[in-house]
Ligand binder design. Structure first.
Ligand SMILES: Nc1ncnc2c1ncn2[C@@H]1O[C@H](COP(=O)(O)OP(=O)(O)OP(=O)(O)O)[C@@H](O)[C@H]1O
Ligand SMILES: [Mg+2]
Length: 251
């Protein structure tokens, strides 16, 4: 069974001049362990598709039709509180700008530990150890020292690693990443892609705590509108380049 199934999704915004349909009839499925890249020209609806999956479409925007299933269970019609739990616990999210995901007023340790204790049955001590392990796993050196630092004390690439640790904190089954490397230097981009690939590989085989990664970026999706073939081709090349760069780093 598919881990995530998006069926005939439509996202719309009521406006004074009528209904604006931003995402129209999008369907895809992601199997456990699978990485799916979503491609499309700017404004195609990639970010809104991701936002719809995790229940973060700003009103008056709404899912106008279709459904989203996680492990066969519908999640597009859950009450806000239930959706919040799905978001933290079952689906992790990584966005373009790490600063929007981190609270500048709290140490990264506090943010990690809060997320862990909210979603997993762990004591503060166990949660702190898990936070340290996560920081090490995403490649932050000297985690015992760094855990008490604030977001502004990290470089952009390191902050995005922290965000990835945060996304993994509650052992989600799926990660939605919306252009997770766009705001970073080119050399750092390859490192972050390599990290995401490695995490997906390592956790994807880890039995029922497996993590599965849906990587979303500026790239076309087969079966899309096909209205801008030239732009789509260019983006597809970029995906291959990124994959090649990531593979080299892993090797
Ligand atoms: N709050 C909103 N109100 C009205 N229209 C919106 C709103 N948010 C997004 N849209 C429209 O929905 C469409 C899809 O937006 P989305 O952000 O998903 O594009 P995208 O594919 O992620 O583009 P990019 O590659 O530039 O990030 C765009 O045409 C956008 O103008
Ligand atoms: Mg976008």
């Amino acid at each position: 069974m598919a881990l995530l199934s998006v069926e005939r999704l439509r996202v719309e915004f009521p406006t004074r001049r009528g209904l604006l349909v931003a995402v129209d009839d999008v369907s895809f499925a992601i199997a456990p362990g699978e990485v799916l890249g979503v491609v499309g020209e700017s404004g195609a609806g990639k970010s809104l598709t991701g936002a719809a999956i995790i229940g973060l479409i700003d009103p008056p925007g709404r899912i106008g039709a279709g459904q989203v299933l996680l492990d066969g269970r519908r999640i597009d019609n859950l009450p806000a509180e239930a959706m919040r739990r799905v978001r933290g616990r079952e689906i992790g999210a990584v966005f373009q700008d790490p600063l929007t995901s981190l609270n500048p007023l709290y140490t990264i340790g506090r943010q990690l530990i809060e997320t862990i204790t909210t979603h997993l049955d762990m004591s503060p001590g166990e949660a702190r150890q898990r936070a340290l392990d996560l920081l090490a796993e995403v490649g932050i050196s000297a985690p015992k020292r760094r855990i008490d630092h604030y977001p502004h004390q990290f470089s952009g690439g390191m902050r995005q690693r922290v965000v990835i640790a945060l996304a993994l904190a509650a052992k989600p089954k799926l990660i939605i990443a919306d252009e997770p490397t766009t705001a970073l230097d080119v050399s750092i981009q390859a490192q972050i892609i390599a990290l995401l690939k490695r995490l997906c590989r390592d956790h994807g085989t880890a039995g029922d705590h497996g993590q599965h990664l849906a990587r979303r970026a500026a790239r076309p999706r087969p079966g899309g509108s096909g209205r801008h073939p030239a732009g789509l081709g260019a983006a597809a090349v970029r995906l291959r380049e990124l994959r090649a760069a990531a593979a080299n780093r892993c090797a």
